[in-house]
Design a protein around this ligand. Structure first.
Ligand SMILES: CSC[C@H]1O[C@@H](n2cnc3c(O)ncnc32)[C@H](O)[C@@H]1O
Ligand SMILES: [Zn+2]
Length: 428
């Protein structure tokens, strides 16, 4: 299948700089084959008139728990520990495959509708999420959540191995990660096993790290070191790692993250809502840490809108640093695209609009009052655009949404089923 996107304003990266220029984009199969003026003999089966649209790389959400939308607006205005232990974990004990299937379907609908073309998920019943990924056409990085607070959790490691054998690289759109939840829910012995599994399968690791001051204080009390130093000493950070949050980090922690090439998934909404704190993004970027963006789950956010994350990441850091030049629009756009691809180890294939890369592209409708006048397209994306401005979404060269209409998901059914599953979980 050949698709031609005509007359778009296209966001490309020229070296370190993001620039926007008028161009056509030619797509053949799953890849971008031309950018510029695409010749008449390109012979596309589909031509998209993008005259008043901005084409940019699909957004990459590097930290979520997709089917936590089952618990959206169910437990709010609480700090992390109370929220997890009193409200969320008791419900998750009753979780079913069916609930995760429908939660994932609805979550993927929400992601596509707001311009996300790839996401990293850490949760339970991962096979259900993968089924939905394969059926809906989105791209996903899947970590079966791992903890060893109770006996018999070796089976979770085995499940990661089985997921890898069955689904890693499936259709070129699924990759498996190892997903130890956090240093406070995984013992050193267990974390060493995770490290060994990651070595054995050659997969990356996704973990929550240094999210709250309480986590850091308890780690120092128990292990005599910060959570980052603790997992570093256990060998976790020698593997390609995406660490979610990293809110409470000292200079030594940042040095470890930079030296080990750990990527940070920054989740500003979740950190604010749970009152966890502000991650020192400016400092991490200056230390050459790769910082990407995530939403966390829709139970602590309470949506999966990456445009809100871009906006917050920029404006919070300006305020916290008392510096309006801090974390500018261009930096957060990179965090939501190319840095996400780097974090996932796929920057040669994804994260920018470039000839030869995979065609994961979104079109933003510029014909909106809040996007007019368009003095600076980068500012428009970061400070003015809404997730609901995303008009068209292409993943792997396939159109998943066009003119705001989802092509692969019955969203009404997904809403009905998710609400029904949620009700059953809460009432049982
Ligand atoms: C083991 S599967 C994932 C696990 O993580 C929990 N979770 C969701 N959000 C957060 C967060 O911000 N910090 C720590 N843990 C979180 C989720 O409820 C699952 O139990
Ligand atoms: Zn999380």
């Amino acid at each position: 299948m050949k698709i031609l996107i005509k007359n778009a304003q296209v966001l490309v990266f020229e070296g370190e700089k993001a620039v926007v220029k008028k161009a056509d984009i030619g797509i053949e199969g799953s890849r971008i084959v031309q950018i510029g003026e695409v010749k008449a003999d390109f012979d596309a089966q589909r031509v998209i008139d993008a005259s008043n649209m901005l084409a940019m790389p699909g957004l990459i959400n590097t930290h979520t728990h997709l089917s936590m939308n089952l618990f959206r607006n169910y437990a709010d205005d609480m700090p992390l520990w109370d929220w997890l232990t009193k409200k969320i974990w008791p419900l998750e004990e009753k979780l079913t495959a069916e609930a995760v299937y429908w939660g994932s379907t609805l979550g993927i609908a929400e992601l596509i509708k707001s311009g996300v073309t790839g996401f990293l998920d850490m949760y339970f019943f991962a096979k259900e999420t993968i089924k939905v990924v394969l059926d809906t056409g989105i791209r996903a990085y899947i970590a079966r959540g791992l903890t060893d607070e109770e006996e018999g959790k070796e089976a979770q490691l085995e499940e990661t191995r089985e997921l890898y054998q069955k689904y890693h690289e499936k259709e070129g759109r699924v990759k498996i990660f190892a997903g130890p939840h956090a240093p406070y829910t995984c013992s050193p012995r267990y974390l060493k096993k995770v490290r060994a599994l990651s070595d054995e399968l050659g997969i990356g690791i996704h973990i929550h790290l240094s999210e709250t001051q309480k986590e850091v204080d308890e780690s120092i009390e128990k292990w005599g070191k910060t959570p980052i130093k603790h997992v570093y000493d256990l060998g976790i950070l020698e593997r390609p790692t995406i660490a979610a949050h990293c809110v409470h980090v000292n200079d030594n922690d940042i040095e470890i993250l930079a030296n080990c090439k750990v990527s940070v998934a920054h989740n500003p909404t979740s950190n604010l809502k749970l009152a966890s704190g502000f991650a020192p993004i400016e400092k991490m970027l200056k230390a050459n840490v790769n910082v990407a963006l995530g939403t966390d789950g829709a139970s602590s956010n309470n949506n999966l809108n990456m445009f809100e994350e871009m906006h917050l990441a920029s404006i919070i850091n300006k305020c916290v640093n008392s510096d309006a030049t801090s974390v500018p629009a261009e930096a957060v756009i990179k965090m939501a695209t190319i840095n996400g691809a780097k974090a996932l180890g796929v920057e040669k294939e994804l994260g920018s609009i470039k000839v030869g890369k995979k065609a994961d592209i979104i079109l933003i409708d510029l014909n909106k009052p809040h996007l007019c006048p368009l003095h600076n397209p980068l500012s428009a994306i970061c400070y003015s655009a809404q997730g609901s401005d995303v008009h068209t979404v292409i993943v792997d060269g396939k159109i998943l949404m066009e003119n705001y209409e989802l092509k692969t998901i019955d969203v009404e059914k997904a809403m009905y089923k998710t609400a029904e599953c949620s009700r059953k979980l809460i009432e049982s």
